[in-house]
Design a protein around this ligand. Structure first.
Ligand code: IPM
Ligand code: MN
Length: 353
């Protein structure tokens, strides 16, 4: 089969880690006789430098014309310390989410046995953790209007806005995931305070009637933050609104001990985007030391979810697992005898062959 992949390496370590994911995809293509066509596009700080726009129109069209998007990372320290900057790399990411209708961010959080000691939590607590964290991605306070400042500049406001339809589609997707898993779903909100959360509860309850086998419970976000570190094993699927999901998915991601390992998928109405959950890690850019496994696993999610190539996806996942077992890993996982980013990428592509 033929597949068109839009490749957006972005900033910092983005280009290096994306290269490794491409190697794995090319190896799969050879083995299974698929044709993967890669087309590169600009996004983030590098796109601002070259075009003035963090998401140039050509990049957006490229994404829309492709079967899936493989994304590296965005962000540059020169913008982080400059709150007055008119154009910011993050705007490219947010515009992409909105334009492609990426309504759900899906982050599987599970532990690798051989890495359990890397977790900041006790082994007994984190062992066997397997959470599917689903974050609503195009609504809520990130996009709600009005947003801004009063005329005198002394008051600022953001609005958390949700429509029933936006809640329905992401909760439904989460229930579908639950059906393939342990059939448990936790809806996280702040319904004791927020009107938007009360609409979430009402809507989620209605959707749960479509999924009789799924048991749904509700949890306030403050409690969820606590339970995630005290008893992470109690969760199966978690679904929540945009900002709560931003925070909780980062919290969940450190349970496993290595941020560099975790992939994500942003499910779109048309094209979906696959990216590691870590950022652009500018300190490591160009040094060939960053961990490429999160990106390689994102490529595996792409084969699975966007192309329905289950066996191929599993093969990449397995190769990653084997590289970890062989301790053929970057410095974040092995201080004493680290391998380079490209060495790990080559090892995995070779394993797939
Ligand atoms: C993420 C990031 C983004 C977000 C930033 C970079 C805008 O933190 O993907 O989680 O807050 O959504
Ligand atoms: Mn975030």
């Amino acid at each position: 089969m033929d597949f068109k992949i839009a490749v957006l390496p972005g900033d910092g370590i983005g280009p290096e880690i994306i290269e490794q994911a491409k190697k794995a995809i090319v190896a799969i293509g050879k083995k299974f006789n698929h044709k993967f066509h890669f087309t590169h596009g600009l996004v983030g700080a590098i796109a601002i430098d070259k075009t003035g726009n963090p998401l140039p129109t050509e990049t957006l069209s490229l994404c829309k014309e492709s079967d899936a998007v493989l994304f590296g990372a965005i962000g540059d320290p020169k913008y982080d310390n400059n709150p007055a900057a008119k154009v910011r790399p993050e705007q490219g990411l947010l515009a992409m989410r909105k334009e492609l209708g990426l309504f759900a961010n899906v982050r599987p959080v599970s532990t690798f046995k051989s890495l359990i000691d890397k977790s900041p939590l006790k082994k007994e607590i984190v062992e066997g953790v397997d959470i599917m964290m689903i974050r609503e991605l195009t609504g809520g306070i990130y996009f709600g209007r009005p947003q801004g400042r009063s005329e005198d500049g002394n008051t600022a406001y953001d609005s958390c806005v949700y429509s029933r339809y936006e809640i329905e589609r992401v909760v439904r997707l989460a229930c579908e995931y639950a059906m393939k898993r342990k059939k448990r779903i936790t809806v996280v909100d702040k319904a004791n305070v927020l009107a938007s959360s009360r609409l979430w509860r009402e809507t989620a309850l209605n959707i749960s009637k479509e999924f009789k086998e799924v048991s749904m419970d509700f949890m306030f976000v403050d409690n969820a933050a606590m339970q995630l570190i005290q008893v992470p094993g109690r969760f199966d699927v978690i679904v929540t609104e945009n900002m709560f999901g931003d925070i909780l998915s980062d919290e969940a991601s450190v349970l496993t001990g290595s941020l560099g390992l975790l992939p994500s998928a942003s499910i779109g109405q048309y094209t979906s985007v696959f990216e590691p959950i870590h950022g652009s890690y500018p300190q490591a850019a160009g040094k060939n030391i960053a961990n490429p496994l999160g990106t390689i696993l994102s490529a595996s999610m792409m084969l699975d979810l966007a192309f329905n190539l289950k066996e191929e996806a599993e093969m990449i996942r397995n190769a990653v697992e084997k590289s970890i077992e062989a301790d053929y890993v970057t410095e974040d996982l092995n201080r004493n005898n680290p391998k380079s980013t490209s060495d790990v990428g080559d090892w995995i592509a070779n394993f797939i062959k």
